[in-house]
Design a protein around this ligand. Structure first.
Ligand code: NAD
Ligand SMILES: O=C(O)C(=O)C[C@@H](O)[C@H](O)[C@H](O)COP(=O)(O)O
Ligand code: ZN
Length: 332
């Protein structure tokens, strides 16, 4: 998987496509990106745009089905190329479609949110939501990922914040990113590249998540449950941010971790730490989590900055922490 990160790198698309020389090319994107960035792509390559509605609720089997049908109609083959242009919703879905259509077409990704640039477009996890978050999916690597920080210029501020939820996750997993965040001077290629490298180093050794890769799920046991319970109204990065706080507080009870280190990072970026969900409902959904062992709750817990462990946690500890984090004053 070739990942290029750099200002103006979107202009390199033509050379990647020429090298693959696909029979046909389709660009999966959404209605927002269609207006903002699709033109830049179509200037370089001849391709069929497939435009889906904007929103997490469209990361679904129904959308995948419609795209599979459209690909058949345009005579797509497995020697054809799907390009996913957008945030994590588009890249997860486009990658899922590419991995399943005729058992796999070529795939290229152009992530356009901070969250997709540091995380979703990297590492080969594809997926759709089905009854729960990312319940159906595959592992499938793209031929190329083009990350152009220029695309973030059109991204609303709230989506930058949303992406910072996953960036803070890397800050807990890796002391290099932690230091960078302590002296944060803005989003740049350096910070994006550092997060990508942390992820690639983990994925390279455990692409199919048999072991170590599970640590990339830090903050997601609670985060994914909140997304599902909210009907996907809470953004992924914000759900992860609250989930990071939950993991830190659980860790404090279990191994004496100083949760203030996580709280301080979240406060620095004004990321959410509280929630207004019913803990019982969250617990029910958490048992469907992919990390769960036979219905028992499993968390990635920090032990220190740069050191985490995957542990089973008893229901009472989780519900006490979730109750303490509750704030029904309106946000979420
Ligand atoms: N596969 C993985 O490893 C992985 C990792 C992390 C997250 N994810 C998934 O990613 C998804 C969240 O991704 P997201 O936060 O990017 O959400 P998103 O894809 O919904 O994008 C957020 C919003 O930003 C808009 N947008 C995107 N790029 C833009 C741009 N350049 N200018 C203006 N608007 C733009 C989108 O249209 C959307 O409204 C979730 O489904 C999550 O599960 C996957
Ligand atoms: O790449 C991974 O591995 C991750 O866990 C990254 C997460 O940020 C991402 O949200 C991922 O999609 C979660 O995967 P899931 O298998 O728990 O659904
Ligand atoms: Zn995530």
């Amino acid at each position: 998987m070739g990942v290029v990160i750099g200002k103006g790198s979107i202009k390199k698309l033509k050379s990647f496509v020429d090298e693959l020389s696909p029979y046909k090319t389709a660009i999966i994107t959404n209605t927002t990106l269609e207006k903002l960035w699709l033109g830049k792509i179509l200037e370089q390559v001849s391709a069929t745009p497939i435009v889906i509605p904007d929103g997490e609720e469209f990361k679904s089997l129904e959308t995948a089905r419609q795209i599979w049908k459209e690909l058949l109609e345009i005579g797509f083959t497995r020697k054809s190329l799907i390009i996913g242009l957008g945030g994590g919703v588009v890249t997860d879905l486009a990658a899922f479609v590419a991995s399943t259509f005729m058992r796999g077409t070529y795939l290229g990704l152009i992530p356009t949110t901070l969250l997709a640039q540091v995380d979703a477009a990297i590492g080969g996890k594809t997926g759709i939501n089905f009854e729960g978050k990312n319940i159906i999916g595959t592992f499938y690597l793209p031929e190329f990922v083009i990350t152009d920080p220029e695309t973030l210029k059109t991204l609303p501020e709230v989506e930058i914040l949303n992406g910072l939820g996953e960036v803070v996750k890397y800050g807990i997993l890796d002391s290099g990113v932690y230091r960078k965040l302590k002296f944060f001077r803005g989003i740049d290629e350096g910070l994006i590249g550092e997060c990508v490298n942390v992820k690639l180093r983990i994925v390279e050794k455990d692409m199919r998540e048999r072991g170590r890769r599970r640590i990339l799920n830090l903050g997601h046991t609670v985060g994914h449950a909140m997304e599902k319970v909210s009907g996907y109204r809470i953004k992924h990065g914000f759900a992860v941010s609250i989930g990071l706080m939950a993991s830190a507080l659980i860790a404090e009870k279990i191994n004496g971790f100083d949760s203030g280190k996580v709280e301080e990072l979240l406060d620095r970026f004004n990321l959410p730490k509280k929630h207004s969900f019913e803990p019982k409902e969250l617990l029910k959904v958490m048992k469907m989590d992919k990390k769960a062992w036979y219905g028992r709750l499993v968390f990635v817990l920090p032990e220190d900055i740069g050191k985490v462990a995957v542990r089973e946690v008893d229901e009472k500890t989780v519900s006490t922490v979730l109750e303490a984090m509750r704030d029904d004053s309106g946000h979420n």
